[in-house]
Write a protein that binds this ligand. Structure first.
Ligand code: OOG
Ligand code: MG
Length: 262
C-alpha cells in the first residue's frame, strides 16, 4: 500500500462521482503513478462500501480481462474482478438510458449462480463445475470513467473494472450436459452480427474464470458464498453503443438476451 486511508477515500469519491455524474476523469495513475494493486482494490472496496452505506444492494461479482483478446490489448496477463450492484441490473428486453453513462460498450458473457461456497487458494475448474447451480445468458455494459476509455490495470481496478450495467436473460439452464468451452455466442446490434465467439475465449473455460476469482479472493481472506451471481468475463471484444441501438446476444444452449439503449 502506498496511499493513506484519506487518499483512498478521496479517490473512491472521485471515481464514484464520475460514475454517478457521467463525467469522465483522467486515469488516477496520472496523479499517483506509484500505487500498487492493494491500493487499487482498496479504492474499489471503498466505493463498494459507500454504495452499501447509501442503500444500494450487492448483486454479484464479475471477472474482467479474462479473454486473450482483451489481455493482449491491455498488455497484461492477469484478470481482474469487480462488483455488481442492484441498480446496475436490467432484465431481458429492458432499457438502458445512455445519457446516464459516459461512453458505454457492450459485451456478451456467460453468467452463473453458485449453490455452494467456493474458496481458494486451490480452487479449480472441476470444483467450480460442481458448485454451479445454473447458467444465465448475459451481457455486460462497461463504461470506463476514464477519458477515451484509456487506462492501465491499476486505474481500471480502482474504477470497479468499468462496471456500469448488466442484463440477464430469463432462462436458467442446468449445466450438466453443456460444455461451456464450446458454447457459442452471436452478438447482434440492430439485427446485424457484430461479434461472435465461444466460451473458450474466457481462460479456456468460463469455469476457470470463477476458479481464478475464488483464488484471488482467497488472498484477501474472502470466498464466493453459495448463491452468488457471477459474470465470468467478456467472450468477444466490447462493442460501442448509442441511443436507439438494440443489442441481442444469442447463446447456444442458454438462449438469448436483449437490451435497448435509449
Ligand atoms: C475492463 C472490464 C473488462 C471484461 O469482461 O473483460 C470486462 C474494461 O475493458 O473496461 O468487464
Ligand atoms: Mg465484462
Amino acid at each position: 500500500m502506498t496511499l493513506t486511508d484519506e487518499q483512498i477515500e478521496n479517490l473512491a469519491k472521485h471515481l464514484e462521482n464520475a460514475e454517478l455524474s457521467a463525467q469522465d476523469v483522467l486515469k488516477i495513475t496520472d496523479d499517483f503513478p506509484d500505487i500498487d494493486y492493494d491500493d487499487s482494490y482498496a479504492i474499489q472496496y471503498a466505493i463498494r462500501k459507500n454504495k452499501l452505506e447509501r442503500g444500494n444492494k450487492f448483486a454479484g461479482l464479475k471477472m474482467g480481462l479474462t479473454s486473450q483478446a482483451k489481455m493482449k490489448q491491455m498488455g497484461v496477463d492477469t484478470p481482474i474482478f469487480g462488483f455488481l450492484m442492484d441498480y446496475m441490473a436490467r432484465n431481458d428486453g429492458q432499457e438502458i438510458i445512455v445519457s446516464e453513462l459516459i461512453h458505454p460498450k457492450i459485451e456478451p458473457e456467460i453468467a452463473l449462480v453458485t449453490k455452494s461456497e467456493l474458496s481458494g487458494p486451490n480452487c479449480s475448474t472441476e470444483k467450480v463445475l460442481e458448485a454451479i447451480d445454473f447458467l444465465i445468458p448475459s451481457m455486460e455494459i462497461i463504461d470506463s470513467r476514464y477519458r477515451d476509455f484509456k487506462f492501465d490495470l491499476k486505474s481500471v481496478i480502482a474504477d470497479n473494472t468499468s462496471s456500469s450495467r448488466y442484463v440477464t436473460g430469463g432462462k436458467m439452464t442446468d449445466h450438466a450436459n453443456i460444455d461451456l468451452a464450446t458454447t457459442g455466442v452471436v452478438l447482434k446490434k440492430n439485427g446485424e452480427v457484430v461479434a461472435t465467439g465461444a466460451g473458450a475465449a474466457v481462460l479456456g473455460n468460463p469455469a476457470q474464470s470463477v476458479a481464478m476469482l475464488a483464488n484471488m479472493l482467497a488472498e484477501r481472506g474472502e470466498s464466493i458464498p453459495a448463491g452468488t451471481f457471477v459474470m465470468t468475463g467478456a467472450i468477444t471484444e466490447a462493442i460501442a453503443v448509442d441511443a436507439g441501438d438494440t443489442v441481442t446476444a444469442e447463446f447456444q444452449h442458454l438462449g438469448s438476451v436483449t437490451v435497448r439503449f435509449k
